[in-house]
Design a protein around this ligand. Structure first.
Ligand SMILES: [Zn+2]
Length: 173
């Protein structure tokens, strides 16, 4: 069990495009376990991505109780490797938070329904259809792999305000 430090925005690793995983091997399975351990340790989060623990690789984990939104969740913590959205439709707006931007929230528009293609822990290609909450989580986590955070959807004014708060937080003020 390894709980890793969660990087706080602004941070170069959070604002970079992560590398594709060439092969799903033990090092990737270890990264996934670290992500799950860290997510469970910190709590209060439905997902966590590689760059958030300083590993610029296209991997994220999501844990949404299956009973959420009529069974549209995950079956315990699940890993998604090299994810890409191959279909999306509709739009909804909700409030997002992020472990890399503690205690802040902001409105973001997301597709209501997505189909995501990814590799599982055995390197097998899978597809998953998701709605609402799970769909929004997939899009939020996938954004992380492209160096994008929910603050990037906010006004420059709000983003700057949050940046100042986070810099203070990181400086221990
Ligand atoms: Zn996040």
């Amino acid at each position: 069990m390894t709980v890793r430090k969660v990087h706080i925005w602004p941070d170069p690793v959070l604002q970079s495009t992560s590398e594709s995983v060439k092969q799903v091997d033990d090092s990737i399975r270890e990264l996934v376990q670290d992500l799950i351990d860290t997510m469970e340790h910190v709590g209060n989060s439905a997902g966590l991505s590689g760059p958030q623990i300083g590993v610029s690789k296209r991997v994220f984990v999501v844990d949404i109780p299956a009973e959420h939104n009529d069974g549209n969740g995950t079956d315990g913590p699940e890993a998604f490797i090299n994810p890409e959205i191959i279909e999306k439709e509709g739009q909804f707006e909700w409030d997002e938070g992020c472990l890399s931007i503690p205690e802040e929230r902001g409105k973001v528009k997301r597709a209501i329904r997505v189909i995501m293609r990814y590799q599982d822990l055995n390197g097998e290609t899978q597809e998953r259809e998701a709605f609402d909450y799970l769909s929004g989580c997939f899009q939020h986590e996938l954004d992380h792999l492209n160096g994008k955070l929910w603050v990037d959807y906010q006004s420059a004014l709000k983003r700057d305000m949050i940046r100042k708060k986070m810099l203070k937080l990181k400086a221990g003020l």
